[in-house]
Design a protein around this ligand. Structure first.
Ligand SMILES: [Zn+2]
Length: 416
């Protein structure tokens, strides 16, 4: 099915609550593993449906943040999701307490119980108002960023559309683009400061309500970090400083020499890797996607099929258009067993990285489309980057088709 043909229906929150509460109650009194297992699978289906509808609203809102219908739907989900969380947590608790936990573990793996223990640490009904407000602030931020209309030279651009000028080879023009962007941020400073300030206070309050010193510990739990702690990250940062920062500094020093600039350079100069200009993909967005198809088809039958499904199902929205939310991501629509890629092509090297990086995430989701439980599709944000980064490098032998004469520039800057 094509993305445009997928039907969006707002789910009635009370119905969903009733359904989850009913399943939870039944799980508590299940007498056999077979019985418990079938309830578990029904809960999976309910969650798939919920995820699909709320994600459809989110994607369609991101594609055009000015669309009043999906704006209203996103506000609805912002309010409803934290309320549903209470029922989901009840379910989670009854899974953890289930006498069939061992049976579940041996069939579906113990990871879902490890994650369940963490999930319980992230919520109490007391923080529902904060969670709702947090969702709205995030939406406000996305809308503000998407609304940018920045005058530059003879045109008007969104933040994403302005990006190519920010690495233009002409020093004066590049600096002017950075300044035009900076002026927009400055102009919206009050609004950005308000959102940031409110988010910090809200998250700190959530942490305290749940009994932590502040937000940090809660933040780790919310990101589902199930195998390392803040102390590990601190150690990691110190080795980054010791080994990687000097290497990065050497790379920037080389760049300054190539550009004929003083080191350290301004951020406008940092953005230009080569005096003759950064690597640019050749061809239109459609040609980049067509070469992406060639890459995936030649790589393996599985990747070939995957990318055909993505293109044929309109599961990649990549053009940078007015009113579109910034950035890029990969998500999934579990009712349809397909992933979805959202991006903002703008004629830079980043466009190819959407086809490789985001599609790397997307391919992992595609291979796991029938995985039970559904949560295993995204094995924590950090582990997910293994899929995307490795796909970027698997694409190297096909780089020439993306970059033509700029291939060597691309390989250097990508590796750097
Ligand atoms: Zn990624």
């Amino acid at each position: 099915m094509k993305f445009s043909e997928m039907t969006y229906t707002r789910l009635d929150a009370d119905e969903v609550k009733k359904e989850i509460a009913g399943l939870t109650e039944a799980l508590r009194s299940a007498r056999t593993y077979e019985e418990a297992r079938s309830l578990f699978l029904r809960k999976e289906e309910a969650e798939k449906h919920l995820t699909t509808q709320s994600t459809l609203a989110q994607i369609r809102h991101d594609i055009d943040t000015r669309d009043a219908f999906y704006d209203e739907e996103c506000r609805y989900w912002n309010r409803v999701m934290p309320e549903l969380e209470e029922y989901m947590q009840d379910w989670t608790r009854s899974m953890l307490e289930s006498p069939f936990r061992g049976d579940f573990s041996s069939e579906f793996g113990d990871l879902m119980f490890v994650n369940a223990e963490i999930a319980l640490k992230t919520f109490s009904p007391a923080i529902i108002p904060e969670l709702q407000k947090e969702n709205d602030l995030v939406l406000d931020y996305d809308k503000l960023i998407a609304s940018a209309q920045i005058p530059f030279e003879d045109g008007v651009y969104t933040l994403s559309q302005l990006s190519p000028f920010k690495n233009d080879a002409d020093d004066a023009r590049r600096l002017a683009a950075w300044k035009a962007e900076g002026a927009w941020y400055k102009e919206h400073q009050d609004e950005l400061d308000r959102i940031y300030d409110e988010l910090v206070r809200l998250r700190d309050a959530m942490g305290r309500k749940l009994g932590y010193d502040g937000y940090t510990e809660l933040g780790y739990y919310r990101m589902g970090r199930n195998c390392y702690t803040a102390a590990d990250v601190e150690r990691f940062r110190s080795v980054v400083r010791e080994y990687l920062v000097p290497l990065a500094a050497d790379i920037y020093k080389e760049q300054a020499k190539r550009l004929g600039k003083e080191y350290p350079m301004s951020f406008a100069d940092n953005a230009l890797t080569f005096r003759s200009g950064n690597a640019r993909p050749k061809g239109t967005a459609e040609e980049i996607l067509a070469h992406g198809q060639r890459f995936y088809s030649e790589l393996s039958p599985e990747t070939g099929e995957f990318f055909s499904v993505m293109r044929g199902g309109e599961l990649m929205d990549v053009l940078s258009t007015e009113g579109k939310s910034g950035g890029g991501y990969c998500t999934a629509l579990p009712d349809y067993n397909v992933p979805f890629i959202f991006a903002n092509f703008n004629g830079t090297q980043g466009d190819v990285e959407v086809v490789t990086h985001e599609a790397g995430h997307s391919f992992a989701a595609w291979l796991n489309r029938s995985r039970v439980p559904m949560e295993y599709v995204w094995p924590s944000m950090e582990a997910c980057e293994v899929h995307s980064m490795s796909m970027e490098f698997m694409a190297w032998p096909w780089a020439e088709g993306f970059f033509g004469n700029d291939t060597r520039k691309f390989l250097y800057s990508h590796l750097a």
